[in-house]
Structures are given as structure tokens and as C-alpha cells.
Design a protein around this ligand. Structure first.
Ligand SMILES: Nc1ncnc2c1ncn2[C@@H]1O[C@H](COP(=O)(O)OP(=O)(O)OP(=O)(O)O)[C@@H](O)[C@H]1O
Ligand SMILES: O=P(O)(O)OC[C@H]1O[C@](O)(CO)[C@@H](O)[C@@H]1O
Ligand SMILES: [Mg+2]
Length: 522
């Protein structure tokens, strides 16, 4: 452990400007520890006030909680914080938040979120477990670091579509205007490349008034075209000082690069990410907006498949749903429907032939029930298909691998098997509602969720945070370090109870040998 008092002094100075840090970090109580394992990372360890506090924070680099061995387990508390403009602009003035003047908020008991409010990542704990990782609670702060009349905000949407994007756009515009009196808001068209290749669109509350009733994105979108230098040049040239970036994992990685460049150039620009993905593959947050809407829409396809196969002899319905690397849509649509007999997802490799294979299960189900419905996520069985067909490794403009089409492949394999090796004539009904589940407007609960996301982003940007993303963690909205949501995707855990619930409801094979199950569990 390397203890350095000069680093201590400079750190306490840096943190002095930070509202949250002020209340927690007293110079006398600081000890700077350098982890042997993470020499580039700084850990602040407070001793003076009970309970002792472990405060983990660093700029730009992915934050990994650092545990201190001489700390008793149940006292440790880790805050994974987000950057603030005063980290690199220490003299930035602050102003009273105009929200307190708003009539709508005048009766709110606590108009402002306390700077000490944090959201716990893990809420199910045991008496002696460590206090664990926490995130800064989202919401309006007493002080803002922008004068509303000096704000020039912009909004951009990138990546694939998702129900609710328009609601988020609408609520950023309305939130900025109605809560803070900000009027200068620009729409960047067609994703990241729109920063440097398109004119902007003026966004007013009137322009966005009805867009939440429409699917898609009012600002259009694109893949590829992220050029950090050109984007930040453009932000500077246009005098933009708040950037709202709506998009998935790729987009959020791009947002982190934009923030890094903003910090390097010492610009007073708040960069706020709003995570979007139909696949629900973003880590840490409870779920992504539009996911519920997509699952609901998928019910229509599953229901159609069920009606079809129920009306014929030996009917097999196959419904292909989105989900590149994460099978959440397929899993939740299956669990919600109860008409599905088998759900295939990317996380659970399956096999067709032999004991415990899919063919055996289909034959058994047909004999017992006369029909069955299979839901397959688009990313399922990719290695299996690749081993059988000559596949070219293609990527989209953002560098995402283009998937082999599992739906037609599976339909063909099943038909072929039953024609050649079984006396059963099967009646195949294949339904591919892929884009239909994401090209629709968001449902009521997603609309409300989108509103909270948008408002959290607006409050965070006005409060001077930059290089952060927003999202609910255990139902409470929080400000999250971008690296935390992009470092690894959220996937279905086969060892969680939810997958067991699914297996129980479909009665499908687990496709995992029992000794393998035991090893995974261990
Ligand atoms: N590692 C990265 N660094 C910088 N920019 C990136 C990175 N990955 C992707 N981007 C940019 O982010 C934008 C969107 O990325 P992508 O097409 O992968 O969609 P996404 O945001 O992941 O959303 P989804 O996968 O849900 O459709 C693109 O403009 C792409 O150039
Ligand atoms: O065809 P597009 O628009 O590139 O998008 C398809 C991909 O986007 C996603 O919906 C993720 O946004 C994936 O599920 C899907 O593979
Ligand atoms: Mg993505």
C-alpha cells in the first residue's frame, strides 16, 4: 500500500468542489490507498466517522469496486460515482435550481434530492454482508451549473429502433422547457454521423407534442459513423453545452468517448446517456425501456402461432423474436404467454438429435398434444448453424456481427427430420415478427418509464454531471458511470430462478447434461 500525503492534498482539493464529496470527504479523514492490483486506480478510504466508508472513484477509466482487506466486511460501502464538470472546471459558478419556483413542484415535500442519497446495487443482503456498491441517486439538485437561458441542448438517437424513443425525446424537450425554462434545443438527425453531415432540427414542446404516439425515432437513426473528433468539433462549433444521447451499448461507448474528449478540451458540456435496447442487454439497470412493449407485442405472434397449430394435425409453430446475445424477449414472451412449449435462446445451446434433443421433444409433444409452439431468439444456435452452413463473417456498419437466420434454418431441419426419419407428417407454421415488436409506440408503463429516464437525464445535466448514463437500479433511478453499463452485456442467467420457471412452464429439455448442470452451479 502506497500512502502519499501530497496526493491526498491534491485529491481533497479536487473533491472540494464536488457537492457530494464535500459532505463526505474531510481532508483529515483521508487516506489514499493504491491497490496493488489496480495501480492506476484511486481509492479513498475514510476512517473518522462511523461507519467507515470505502469510496471508490476515478475519472474516465472503468470503475471497479476495490475491497480493502483490513476493513470489516459489513462496514464497506462503495460509491461508483459519475464525473462532474467541476472536476475539470473548478471555478464553474452554480445557481439556485429554478425548479423551486415552479408551481407544480411547490408542494413537493423534498423538491431536491439530497447529495448524500445513493441507490444500492444489491438490496437482498444478509446481516453480515458488505454494504456493497452504490450509485448516486438521480433527481433535481439544489444547485445547477447552467443558466437556463445559456443552455443549448441537443438530442441524438443511434442504433436500432425501440418503442419509446420518441417519448424520451419528447420528455427531454418538455422537461428542459417546463422544469428549467430551457428553450434552445436541437435535434441531431440520423445518429452520430448527423453531428457532422446534417443540419439540425429545432425542437420545441409544440414540435414534439404528439411524437410519443408514433413508433420509430422522430430524429431518425443510423449505425456506424462515430467520429469523436468531428462530433466534438461540431458540438463546439454549434455552441452546444448539453448533449443527450439515446442508444444501446455501442452508443453509450460512443458517449463515453465524447465525454473524454469534452473533458480533454475542458468544455462546459454535459454529456448524458439514456440507455436504449430492445434486447434488454444493458447491465446494471433493472430493464430497458420498450422491452415491456416488445414482449407484449410478441404475444400477438405467439398467439397466432398457437391458433394456427391448434387447428391442424401435428402443427408446429415457430416464432422468431429479437435478441442477438440475450434471450430476454424470448424468455419473457414465453413466460407471459403459457402457450409456448419450447424457448430457445442464445445463452442456452441446444441440440437437435438424440436423447434429450429437440427432435425427441417435438415428437413426444406431438404425440401427447397434437401440436407445439417454439419460440426462438434470433441469436440462438448460431454456432450450430455455422457448423453446418458455409457462413461468411459479415458485420453491420457499427461492427456488430450479422447473424445467421435461425428461423428458416430450424423450420427446415425439423421438416426434413420428420419427413425422412419419422412417419409423422408435420404442419409447419413459421412466423417472423422481428421488426413488428420494435417498430411500435411504447405502451403506458414504458411511456412513464421513458418520462422518468428523460427527466433524470435533464436533472443530471443541469446539475453539472457529465459522462453519465441513467437508469433504474432496484426501482430507483440512478446516475451510472457509462463504463459500468457497457463493460459487459446483460444476459439470461441459466442458473437463476427465472430460467428454471421457464423450464418448468414449458417442460422443455434443458439441453444440459446433469453433470454439466452441477459444474455450472458450483
Ligand atoms: N465502441 C464504440 N465506440 C464508439 N462508438 C461506437 C462504438 N460501438 C458503436 N458505436 C457507435 O454507436 C452507434 C450505435 O451503435 P450500434 O449500431 O452498435 O447500436 P447500439 O447503440 O448498440 O444499439 P442496439 O444494439 O440496441 O441497436 C453507431 O453510430 C456506432 O458507430
Ligand atoms: O436490422 P437492424 O436495424 O440493424 O437491427 C437488428 C438488430 O437490432 C436489435 O434489435 C438490437 O437493437 C437486435 O435485436 C437486432 O439483431
Ligand atoms: Mg448494441
Amino acid at each position: 500500500m502506497d500512502l502519499s500525503s501530497s496526493s491526498c492534498a491534491s485529491l481533497s482539493k479536487t473533491y472540494h468542489h464536488h457537492p457530494f464529496s464535500l459532505s463526505l470527504l474531510h481532508p483529515n479523514s483521508l487516506q489514499l490507498l493504491r491497490s496493488h492490483h489496480l495501480p492506476h486506480r484511486r481509492t479513498l478510504f475514510l476512517r473518522n466517522s462511523p461507519p467507515p466508508l470505502l469510496f471508490s472513484r476515478q475519472n474516465n477509466l472503468p470503475l471497479t469496486p476495490v475491497r480493502v482487506s483490513n476493513q470489516s466486511q459489513n462496514d464497506s460501502f462503495v460509491l461508483e460515482d459519475v464525473p462532474h464538470l467541476t472536476n475539470f472546471l473548478p471555478d464553474l459558478p452554480s445557481y439556485p435550481n429554478p425548479l423551486q419556483e415552479r408551481q407544480a413542484y411547490s408542494i413537493v415535500k423534498n423538491t431536491f434530492v439530497s447529495p448524500e442519497d445513493v441507490v444500492a446495487q444489491t438490496i437482498v443482503i444478509q446481516k453480515d454482508s458488505p454494504r456493497g456498491i452504490h450509485f448516486r441517486r438521480a433527481g433535481p439538485r439544489e444547485k445547477v451549473y447552467f443558466k437556463p437561458e445559456e443552455v443549448r441542448a441537443c438530442i441524438v438517437t443511434c442504433g436500432g429502433l425501440c418503442p419509446g424513443i420518441n417519448t424520451v425525446i419528447r420528455e427531454i424537450v418538455c422537461g428542459l422547457k417546463n422544469m428549467y425554462g430551457v428553450e434552445d434545443i436541437l435535434g441531431i438527425e440520423e445518429g452520430y454521423k448527423g453531428f457532422y453531415s446534417k443540419n439540425t432540427k429545432r425542437l420545441t414542446t409544440k414540435v414534439v407534442n404528439d411524437i410519443h404516439k408514433l413508433g420509430g425515432t422522430f430524429l431518425r437513426t443510423s449505425r456506424g459513423g462515430h467520429d469523436t473528433q468531428k462530433i466534438v468539433d461540431n458540438i463546439e462549433d454549434r455552441g452546444i453545452n448539453q448533449v443527450y444521447i439515446i442508444g444501446g451499448d455501442g452508443t453509450q461507448k460512443g458517449a463515453a468517448l465524447i465525454y473524454e474528449e469534452v473533458e480533454k478540451r475542458r468544455l462546459q458540456v454535459a454529456v448524458a446517456g439514456i440507455p436504449k435496447t430492445i434486447d434488454n442487454d444493458i447491465a446494471v439497470i433493472d430493464k430497458s425501456f420498450g422491452f415491456d412493449t416488445a414482449v407484449e407485442e410478441a404475444q400477438r405472434a405467439i398467439n397466432a402461432a398457437h391458433v394456427e397449430v391448434n387447428s391442424v394435425e401435428n402443427g408446429i409453430g415457430i416464432v422468431k423474436l429479437m435478441g442477438r446475445y440475450s434471450g430476454f424477449i424470448a424468455m419473457y414472451a414465453t413466460l407471459a404467454s403459457r402457450d409456448v412449449d419450447c424457448c430457445l435462446i442464445p445463452e442456452s445451446p441446444f441440440y437437435l438429435e438424440g436423447r434429450g434433443g429437440l427432435f425427441e421433444f417435438i415428437e413426444q409433444s406431438l404425440k401427447e398434444n397434437g401440436h407445439l409452439v417454439i419460440v426462438v431468439a434470433e441469436g440462438a444456435g448460431q454456432e450450430y448453424i455455422a457448423s453446418e452452413v458455409h457462413a461468411v463473417n459479415e458485420k453491420d456498419a457499427s461492427g456488430n456481427k450479422l447473424l445467421l437466420d435461425v428461423g428458416p434454418w430450424l423450420s427446415h431441419k425439423i421438416k426434413d427430420h420428420f419427413t425422412k426419419f419419422s412417419k409423422m407428417a408435420v404442419n409447419m407454421k413459421y412466423i417472423d415478427p422481428t421488426y413488428m415488436i420494435r417498430a411500435i409506440p411504447s405502451n403506458a408503463s414504458d411511456n412513464i418509464y421513458c418520462t422518468l429516464l428523460a427527466h433524470s437525464a435533464v436533472h443530471g445535466a443541469m446539475a453539472g454531471y457529465s459522462g453519465f448514463t441513467v437508469g433504474p437500479v432496484n426501482s430507483r433511478h440512478a446516475y451510472l458511470p457509462i463504463a459500468r453499463v457497457t463493460e459487459r452485456p446483460n444476459t439470461v442467467k441459466l442458473t437463476d430462478r427465472m430460467w428454471a420457471r421457464l423450464l418448468e412452464s414449458t417442460n422443455q429439455p434443458s439441453f444440459v447434461a446433469s453433470d454439466q448442470q452441477r459444474v455450472d452451479k458450483e
